[in-house]
Design a binder for this molecule. Structure first.
Ligand code: UT7
Length: 327
């Protein structure tokens, strides 16, 4: 039995409706020039009557098709999200229902934008416990349902979407090997990136939804932390596996901001042509960002069989992580 977990299938889904920066200019005090130069984002996808479970379901179908698996073969469903459909049931339960299956282990995982990489590590642990486990791991967000459209410092940054993979202990010609995952966090700066509205915010029937329910971010501080944390954890991973950045064929960073992506690539000495970018067309989709990028990089041939791929993530908590995947 191998000690590794493998990714057997990849899929992603984004809503059809695209909002360009020019569309936002019509109702937010912003400009295309500001958004493009500060973030690299030119458009983002926004749902129409779809939930996080709906998006995850669409991505999951594609991942299962790519894995050539029936949904019923799954043993676990993990959904990383901070914009789940409801508090109860979990979004993972709703995805299980949409897939028409039962008797699985559905779990939501919350680590903000880093949630997907945290969920991949959780999947590896389940596979280590039970080599027969077949785990659907989704990152799905309808972030636009929880942005304050009057707060230009946040609302222009985010988009909706979902990505999914299937993690198993079985290797095959088409699967990618998860070589390792490193996760980290700190609890000092919990207030830098917040979406409240939970038990810290008691309210009674008829109250108007307040500011606490929406995303708040100290962008400048998050920026500095992200640019420090992602290269540091990637270097830790390189040291652990006795490799250097020259060994990396493809770099898939969290898609939050083009300037952050470029700064992290530069600190790691990874040339721009090895860096996968889709933040320009999807914005920051939080926990969906990495699985969408993985699936799109594979679908478009940006990442090829044999490529050693570095993934880095960063988000609220603060949380961050990195992974090495051999395609
Ligand atoms: O995914 C989880 C992690 N999240 C991130 O990684 C995001 C990290 N942070 C960032 O990407 C950047 O900090 C932002 C893109 C959010 C902001 O860029 P910045 O260069 O740090 O800008 P800033 O927040 O320092 O704001 C600069 C100016 C301010 O005006 P003054 O005070 O200089 O007059 C803002 O009021 O830009 C103004 N501003 C805007 N202007 C036009 C803020 N948002 C906008 C806007 N349109 N949408």
């Amino acid at each position: 039995m191998s000690n590794f977990s493998y990714i057997r299938g990849f899929g992603y889904y984004v809503p059809e409706r695209a909002y360009t920066n020019a569309d936002l200019e019509k109702f937010v005090d912003t400009t295309d020039e500001w958004i493009t130069t500060r973030t690299g984002i030119t458009e983002r996808r926004i749902v129409e009557n779809q939930t996080s479970a709906d998006l995850a379901f669409e991505a999951a179908k594609k991942a299962l098709e790519d894995a050539k698996m029936d949904a019923d073969e799954l043993t676990h469903i993990l959904v990383a999200t901070f914009t789940g459909d409801m508090y109860i049931p979990s979004t993972a339960c709703l995805v299980m229902k949409r897939l028409g299956i039962k008797n699985k282990i559905p779990i939501d995982i919350g680590a903000a934008c880093s949630g997907f990489v945290f969920a991949v590590e959780t999947a590896r642990a389940f596979v280590a416990l039970n080599p027969d486990a077949k785990i659907l791991v989704c990152g799905s967000e309808v972030v636009t349902s929880r942005v304050n459209w009057e707060d230009r410092s946040t609302c222009v940054l985010f988009g909706d979407g979902a990505g999914a993979i299937v993690v198993t202990s079985e290797n095959s010609d088409s699967s990618a090997k998860i070589i390792d995952v490193l996760l980290s966090s700190e609890g000092e700066d919990t207030a830098l990136l917040v979406r409240g509205g939970g038990s810290s915010c008691s309210y009674k029937m008829g109250d108007v939804v307040g500011d606490a329910h929406f995303v708040h971010m100290n962008g400048r501080e998050i920026y500095k932390k992200a640019v420090r944390a992602m290269p540091a954890i990637a270097k830790e991973l390189f040291a652990k596996h006795d490799i250097t950045s020259d060994d990396i064929d493809i770099f898939i960073p969290h898609q939050a901001n083009m300037r952050i992506i470029e700064a992290v690539g530069k600190k790691l000495n990874i040339p721009r042509e090895k860096v996968f970018v889709n933040v320009n067309k999807f914005g920051n989709t939080s926990a969906a960002s990495i699985p969408i990028a993985l699936a799109e990089a594979k679908e478009t041939g940006f990442v090829k069989k044999g490529d050693l791929t570095l993934v880095t993530t960063f988000g609220g908590g603060l949380t961050w992580g990195a992974s090495l995947i051999q395609f």
